[in-house]
Design a protein around this ligand. Sequence first.
Ligand code: EPU
Length: 417
Amino acid sequence: MDQLIIQGQHSLSGSVKISGAKNAVLPIMTAALMAEGESIITRVPDLRDTRTMIKLMEIVGARCSFKDNHLKIDASTVNNPEAPYDLVKTMRASFYVLGPLLARFGTVKVSLPGGCAWGPRPVDFHLKGLEKLGAKITLNSGYILAEAKRLKGAKINFEFPSVGATGNIAMAAVTAEGTTVIENAAREPEIVQLCKYLNQMGALISGIGTSRIIIDGVESLHSANIDVIPDRIEAGTFLMAGALLGKITLTDVNPDHLDSVLLKLKEAGSSIETTSNSITIEPGHLKAVDMSTAVYPGFATDLQAQWIALMSLAKGSSMATDTVYHDRFSHTPELNRLGANIKVENNTAFIRGVKELVGAPVMSTDIRASASLIIAGLVARGTTIVSRIYHIDRGYERIEEKFEALGAKIFRDKTSG
Ligand code: EPU
């Protein structure tokens, strides 16, 4: 198991190129399973999760080739609509094959995901939505079996605008008979791109990017190519580091996807300049600012941990509330090991800013928690060792190389951990 060794307090400068978005490419890959023929996806981040999804594509029978961030998926040979436990347990996004494979084959078997590092993450909206579309759902030996000769359009109203359920139901509904209306749909840029991709494949989806998506079913889809949008969460992670450690420019990014994050960073004292595809951040006097996560266009829960790392060093006290995942605070005891002063009550972290953090061994618990520990390690006095970094490799492409190129002292130790 690799670990990251960070010598803190080296300032950052220069520019960093943002990779394609993990949470956009994963559902796009499963959408490609819906049509015979070859789809080419570009700007695919080379991540552990992308590789896991490629493995899953191959298990179901697709042929894939992945080189230089170009991914070819030939779904003509798909013949095994099943996602095994071994893969689903390492990556919940495997559940995204449910809708597409059910739509194409009339039957699909997918392992039911368990809890995750920060608590339960149910999939009931996905299942209820598919039932509304006419699927018969059964649970057997830990596997969901969904069956339907042809799905039928329906009106579906989500209790919460779930990203995954919106994606899964949209994919299932594009070839259903008749019209499907999804109310309270997710509006995240990754879901917007998925819906646009489905339209490129021949689907008829309108209301994309609003909370009411309308899908007129078509007979079948054809393959299509797509360039993945920039990863707004990777971008946000570098912005938090820049706010602490020096003027940096993010390139190949979409500032529009980061509106609420840029607003909070400005409120906290950073100077920010944007062009259509770049963001430059320069640290200012860092002050404590309250933040509450929300669904898009709100502040992303996937940046809550990194924000708390930033607020740990701000002047004053602040609160960070997570309204999307109420238990997502496994990073706070680790940040406290580095000298932060954070207490968590219910879904709110109370952060009292400290003058400095001091390096220590810490442990990653999930992708974004790891990112917050790296930021904290980069700014801490002395050496921080982050172990269990397979979590970070799931969602960040060559993160240590990118930080090193900005002037950080960070390296990967492959010998232990
Ligand atoms: N929820 C339910 N039932 C469901 C589905 C969701 O109760 O059937 C609840 C969840 O428990 C949560 C809320 O609805 O409280 C939102 O969950 P959502 O379904 O939107 O999350 P997801 O689709 O499982 C995606 C991202 C996550 C990100 C969330 C929220 C992917 C592959 N994953 O998960 O990303 O945190 O949306 O924005 O897109 C990450 O990248 O590190 C990550 C965890």
